[in-house]
Design a protein around this ligand. Structure first.
Ligand code: PLP
Length: 267
């Protein structure tokens, strides 16, 4: 904490040992898959740089962020781990992705071309790219029937760009009884098969709930957010979260005590 808690009535403590414990626990659950720690939104409010360091020290293999600027912040702090930006960024952020050696997520030809231009302008080759495929979340990502063309669009930008990963995002993984997750994974498998990827391309699908409740979703690595902070992703997976330790605690001291007459109205 950057503030002196003794000078405040209320404060939040972040226990980085709990982050480390949670990462180690998840690693043991998902092995041989790896764990990448999601530290977007300032590490879910816990401090992105501190959480990133704790997670990497505990054996995470990489980091995920929502914005190129969040990745840049980690690089400026001296963090050298792989950093994946989880969604396509505005074209204006393409140069920062190259400059700060981030992994880009792509799903439009316009952004692929912008990223390749940014790489060429800096004479950088092999900017790592992950293709995001929408298998039913209906948020971002290329439609399944457009995935082959999108891989071709990345390959057309060699040597500036290099496809290193293919992924999808699960919509219902926190409700293990819902058959939607199995359907998404089946759609994903068909889409990945159709890409005939060379060996070594990373394949990933699971958020925290997927990692805990759906062994078939674990793949090359899991993208664990809420679970590394020690919070269950949802009631449907509470039973699988017993070994997680909450990393944040909020405390307050009583600031003022007043006696009032019986029957008087307060506040
Ligand atoms: C935020 C996010 C995650 C992490 O989700 P949790 O439920 O917090 O584990 C994983 N993948 C993507 C694409 C995300 O945006």
């Amino acid at each position: 904490s950057d503030a002196d808690a003794s000078a405040r009535w209320a404060w939040a403590d972040v226990d980085l040992d709990a982050i480390a414990h949670n990462v180690e626990h998840l690693r043991s659950v998902v092995a041989p898959s790896a764990v990448w720690a999601v530290v977007k939104a300032n590490g879910y409010g816990h401090g992105a740089v501190e959480v990133a360091r704790a997670a990497m020290d505990a054996g995470a293999q990489g980091l995920c962020v929502a914005l190129a600027g969040e990745g840049a912040q980690l690089r400026v702090a001296g963090i050298d781990a792989p950093i994946l930006v989880l969604s396509e960024q505005p074209v204006a952020a393409a140069d920062d992705i190259v400059r700060f050696r981030l992994m880009a997520t792509v799903y439009t030809v316009a952004f692929i071309e912008a990223l390749a231009s940014a790489a060429r302008a800096r004479r950088v080759e092999g900017v790592p790219v992950h293709l995001k495929i929408d298998t039913g979340m209906q948020r971002v990502g290329v439609a399944v029937d457009g995935a082959v063309a999108m891989v071709a669009a990345v390959r057309a930008q060699a040597p500036a760009l290099r496809l290193v990963g293919v992924f999808t995002h699960l919509a219902m993984a926190d409700e293990p009884a819902d058959p939607f997750t199995a359907r998404q994974l089946a759609v994903f498998d068909d889409a990945v098969d159709a890409l005939s990827l060379p060996p070594g391309v990373l394949v990933h699908a699971a958020n925290s709930a997927g990692a805990l409740a759906h062994p078939g979703a674990r793949r090359s690595f899991v993208r664990a957010g809420i679970a590394i902070y020690g919070v269950s992703p949802g009631h449907g997976v509470d039973a699988l979260c017993g070994a997680l330790r909450p990393a944040m605690s909020v405390s307050a001291r009583v600031s003022y005590v007043k006696r009032v007459a019986a029957g008087s109205r307060i506040s």
